[in-house]
Every structure is written in structure tokens, then in C-alpha cells.
Write a new protein. Structure first.
Length: 393
């Protein structure tokens, strides 16, 4: 080993790689940038748009409880259904689901507290993830909740439903904001650069050059008349006419500033990738044209790969809670609202579904799917049509 050291590092020559001997640009994390936290991430327009798209889409879906039966399943009523419909006073199901999805995307964890009255769960509410710490004792997760006054209480999974995102230890979910803070910090830096560019930039759009003109009053008068005739939206693109030896020299934007616009587009696409949201949903550059057909496929892609993984996490976490659901009971989001086809496609499907021989729906079921009132006298399935003379064959 000593021989190898002498061969690699001759005497009198220092080949050690230290932070002082390596250029700063080659050191990871050496570039100063803004510290991105879950709270500050919401001030980044692209991140806010992605999180809101996911939270709003999830909140718009009904969460329905079911019971498994030998013939399939049936919807549940009673206290569980009422609790999911109105989790707490002045809180709707959409409020609760949207908050859970927002916490998952910001912190990687969502904690739903179960509030009891007489031993029975009467309401559900999200706890702020920054006020909850999780530890494992004796193979069981314990949750320490800190209130606004600094008081601490320790609870078990009997009192808190833990919904976690992608995890590497099985205890806590990974926060997309914490894991991808570099991409979010770049977007924040670009926005700050744009604000300072327009706020502090002293570069004029052009220069009025006057031959043999050195009188201060004449120059100020020329400047005032030029601004009066060509400044502001009403005077945009007007023809300029000046007497004397006056020349207007335009100043163009430097290439570095023009490249900033392209970098801004790339940053928006990168953040959309972090939250696994199609760029077109947040108005980012898609790299191609959008048509009716591929827009429909992109919508299906959003539901399947962006939204559904979060919905499954919520469904399984709630369904596994013994206070809310029994052994054969569970809850599920109805995706029909987001996957609803256009009227022409639905009409074609219903026509096949009402077929007397191969159909699988009744008129009453179709009207219920379309949110229509029931018919006065529900019509039965019509008898199969048999052509005249076919019965004799």
C-alpha cells in the first residue's frame, strides 16, 4: 500500500482533491441559491400550479365506501358514509382530500387525525406535517404532535391515519420538494432574475444621436418631445418624424438575456416532471402541437400516471383503518368524472349497453349515469327483435 501511495503521489507534489484545489463549479452544492421549503415552494408559480392541479383534480372525485358481497359489491350507508361526506364541521370531503394531496406533494406525508366523542370517531382533520414527528418503538409507529403552544402529545395509529408517499425506510415518505430542491431553487432564481431585470435594468430601448448638439436645454426638449410622442401603448408603432440631424440608434437585447427565456421554459418543464404532471396542464412548453385526439390521451395519462397513484395511497390508508371500515369494507374514488367521454362516444356506448341481446344496462341505469331524473314508469328491457318468418326457420 505504501508503494502505491508513493507512485501516485511523488514527493514534493500535492495531488489531494480538496474544496480549495477544485474549481467551485465542479463541487456539488457549492453554487449558492435560495433555500426551498414546503412553504416557499408554493411561491414558485410552476410548483404551485402542479400541486394545485393534482389537489383540485383529486378533490373533484367522489370518495365512496363499499362492502364486498358474493355478487360483487354494494355501496355503504350509515356513519362511515356520512363521515366521509362531511369529515368535520365546515369541512367538506373535497377540502379534506385536497389538503391530503397537497401535504403529500409538499411534505411527502399526510396525517389525518381522528377526533372522538364517547369513543366513536366523530370527525376527521389533517394535522400539519411540520408539527408531527414519527418514531418506531417496539415495532409500532408513534406520532408526537406539537400544538401551537408548544405542548406535546404522543399518539398511535389508533388516533392518526398516516398516508405516506414514496418511502425508503417504510416509516416516512419522501418530500418531492426536499428531494428536488435544486430544480425548484433554479425556478425561484429565474423568477427573481426576471423581476430584477425589469425593475433595475437601466438599459434604454434606443439612443437619440444629435450631430453637433451640446446644448443641455435642446437635448432635454428633444427627449421630452420624443417620449411624449412615442411612449405608452397608445403611441406604440407610430411613425417618428424629427427635424435636423437626429439619428435613432436601437439597442437590442443581449444574447444572454434572450437565452434566459429559453431557460425559463426548461425550468417549467423540469418542475412538471418533478410532480409528474403533463406540462400542458400547467401551461408549460410541451415540445409539440396539441390536437383533440392527443389532448384526450394526455388527459387519460394524467389520471392514470399522475393522479391515480396518490388516490390509491389515500384509499388504502383509509380502508385499512379499523375504526372506519370493517373487514370486507373499503373506499374508492370514482374516476368517471375525469374519464367521462364526449357526448357522441357516450351515446355509442349506451346504444351497445342497451342492446336487447348483448346489453348490460337498463334505461334506468343509463339515466342514473347521466344524472337524469328517473322515468315515471321505468321501462323494462325490450324483447329481442325477431324478423318476420325467422321464427319458422
Amino acid at each position: 500500500m505504501r508503494w502505491l501511495t508513493r507512485k501516485l503521489a511523488p514527493s514534493g507534489e500535492d495531488r489531494a482533491l480538496t474544496r480549495q484545489s477544485v474549481p467551485p463549479t465542479l463541487l456539488a452544492g457549492s453554487t449558492p441559491g435560495p433555500t426551498v421549503t414546503p412553504k416557499s415552494a408554493l411561491s414558485i408559480a410552476d410548483a404551485y400550479a402542479c400541486i394545485r392541479a393534482l389537489a383540485d383534480a383529486a378533490a373533484s372525485l367522489p370518495l365512496v365506501p363499499y362492502r364486498r358481497t358474493p355478487n360483487g359489491r354494494q355501496r355503504l350507508g350509515g356513519s362511515t358514509a356520512d363521515l366521509l361526506a362531511a369529515p368535520a364541521p365546515a369541512t367538506t370531503q373535497a377540502n379534506l382530500v385536497g389538503q391530503i394531496v397537497a401535504h403529500l406533494n409538499l411534505h411527502g406525508n399526510a396525517y389525518v387525525g381522528k377526533y372522538r366523542a364517547g369513543g366513536r370517531v366523530e370527525s376527521l382533520g389533517c394535522l400539519h406535517p411540520e408539527r408531527v414527528t414519527v418514531e418506531l418503538r417496539g415495532g409500532r409507529a408513534l406520532y408526537t404532535v406539537t400544538d401551537a403552544r408548544g405542548g406535546r402529545q404522543t399518539h398511535t395509529d389508533r388516533d392518526i391515519i398516516h398516508v405516506r408517499a414514496l418511502s425508503i425506510d417504510g416509516l416516512l415518505g419522501l418530500s418531492p420538494v426536499a428531494q428536488c430542491r435544486e430544480a425548484l431553487g433554479l425556478s425561484s432564481t429565474l423568477v427573481e432574475h426576471a423581476a430584477r431585470f425589469f425593475q433595475n435594468d437601466a438599459r434604454p430601448s434606443g439612443i437619440l444621436k444629435v450631430e453637433h448638439g451640446d446644448a443641455g436645454d435642446v437635448m432635454q426638449d428633444l427627449k421630452a418631445r420624443w417620449e411624449q410622442g412615442h411612449t405608452g401603448l397608445p403611441n406604440a408603432h407610430r411613425v417618428a418624424v424629427m427635424a435636423g440631424e437626429v439619428e435613432f440608434l436601437p439597442i437590442s437585447m443581449p444574447a444572454d438575456d434572450a437565452q434566459f427565456l429559453e431557460q425559463r421554459k426548461l425550468s417549467a418543464t423540469e418542475i412538471a416532471r418533478v410532480f409528474r404532471v403533463p406540462p400542458w396542464i400547467v401551461g408549460a412548453d410541451t415540445g409539440g402541437s396539441m390536437t383533440y385526439s392527443n389532448t384526450e390521451q394526455q388527459g387519460l395519462h394524467f389520471v392514470t400516471y399522475s393522479l391515480r397513484p396518490w388516490l390509491v395511497l389515500i384509499e388504502q390508508a383509509l380502508s385499512a383503518d379499523a375504526d372506519l371500515f370493517g373487514e370486507s369494507e373499503y373506499c374508492e374514488f370514482l374516476l368517471d368524472a375525469l374519464l367521462r367521454a364526449d357526448s357522441a362516444t357516450r351515446s355509442e356506448v349506451y346504444t351497445r349497453a342497451l342492446d336487447p341481446v348483448t346489453g348490460w344496462l337498463t334505461r334506468a341505469e343509463v339515466r342514473r349515469l347521466e344524472n337524469l331524473e328517473p322515468e315515471a314508469e321505468p321501462a323494462e328491457r325490450a324483447a329481442p327483435f325477431v324478423p318476420i318468418g325467422a321464427a319458422d326457420d
